[in-house]
Design a protein around this ligand. Structure first.
Ligand code: PHE
Length: 355
């Protein structure tokens, strides 16, 4: 009897000390291993005089439980200490500077589209989108472009099927049709996006970008068109004054139609927009043809308005001094690094468009 009390006292003292996990495991074996001190006491039970046996067994059980609890607590204590030490060591200092990483750049065309959207949204235009793959009806027929029109020639248009019903849109004008079929007038939208024509040289790429503009309401006239484009060009090139010229032109979907040139000059080898006596064509526009309005169930005797289509890549080249259009689509990382924009520098009219 006193044996097991002694074991208990000895080992309780031991377990109160600072112990390593190995030391605790050692104690566990000493007590509860096959020939451990407590295990062998259990084997002894049979040899205890019957009169004491019950009490002995119950004391032994209690001591066994107490020692096992102390061991479990000790192991817990050591493990949580380990975890805390680890957490302490692995603390992250969020005030440390970032490791160097390469931040991507915004492509000048994307930047230009954001700038254009920002400028037009200031005067009440919302942004619409249409698919690159169009049907012949939206791209031509609904836009009052008859079957025999030269623009339909295979040479310009990428058709996707033999019947020439599906194609890559040759301009953003089909978004006019989609918008007017979808909603009721008035309309005041722009639609930037990709366009495709079978053409490739220094100033033409088979894939290029346009932004369509459409404003239809009850009293819209050519004066509004002029005012709108004048405002846009000045904002876009960030100049006070701009020389603009409307040249009579022809588009099947507008009447009258015009192409717009802006004045420029080359000063010390640099292109200066808005002055000088040279002219650069940047967009096509006009008053929406009554046939187009009829095709989308808008009554031309009540509603009329203007549309325009601006070449985005051209504008980006002029503004950012890029002289070969093909560089836009080469995916040359060094070029993008030089001409690209900071992704966090989103253009807005208030903060400045292109700092
Ligand atoms: N869609 C014409 C083009 O691609 C541009 C345009 C748009 C002209 C809207 C007039 C009105 O050349």
């Amino acid at each position: 009897m006193s044996d097991i009390k002694n074991i208990k006292n000895d080992y309780s003292t031991k377990l109160n000390k600072n112990l390593s996990l190995e030391e605790i495991n050692q104690i566990k074996t000493e007590l509860f291993g096959k020939n451990g001190l407590i295990s062998s006491q259990f084997k002894n039970i049979g040899s205890i005089p019957e009169i004491d046996r019950k009490k002995f067994a119950s004391d032994l059980n209690q001591i066994k439980n107490e020692l096992q609890n102390s061991i479990a607590n000790k192991i817990n204590e050591i493990e949580s200490k380990k975890i805390n030490e680890k957490l302490e060591k692995e603390k992250i200092d969020v005030t440390l500077p970032e490791r160097s990483f390469v931040r991507g750049k915004i492509h000048p065309v994307s930047q230009t589209i954001d700038e254009i959207s920002s400028i037009f949204s200031e005067i009440g235009f919302s942004v619409e989108e249409g698919p690159d793959i169009e049907n012949e009806y939206n791209n031509f027929t609904a836009l009052n472009t008859p079957d025999n029109h030269p623009a339909r020639d295979m040479h310009d248009t990428f058709y996707l099927d033999e019947n020439k019903e599906i194609l890559l849109r040759t301009h953003t004008s089909p978004v006019q049709i989609r918008t007017m079929l979808k909603d009721k007038p008035p309309f005041k939208i722009i639609a930037p996006g990709r366009t495709y024509r079978s053409d490739s040289d220094q100033t033409h790429a088979p894939m290029f970008h346009q932004v369509e503009g459409l404003h239809i309401d009850k009293d819209i006239n050519m004066g509004h068109l002029k005012g709108c484009l004048n405002y846009f060009i000045k904002e876009f090139f960030e100049v006070e004054k701009i020389k603009m010229r409307f040249r009579p032109s022809h588009f099947p979907f507008t009447e009258p139609s015009a192409e717009v040139d802006i004045g420029y000059e080359i000063k010390d080898g640099k292109l200066v927009i808005g002055e000088g006596d040279q002219w650069l064509e940047i967009l096509g526009c006009g008053m929406v043809h009554p046939n187009v309005l009829k095709n989308v169930k808008v009554d031309p005797s009540k509603y009329q308005g203007y549309a325009f289509g601006i070449g985005i890549d051209r504008l980006a080249m002029l503004k950012y001094g890029i002289n070969d259009l093909r560089a836009f689509f080469d995916c040359d990382y060094r070029w993008l690094n030089h001409f690209g924009f900071d992704p966090l520098d989103v253009p807005t009219n208030y903060r400045g468009l292109s700092r």
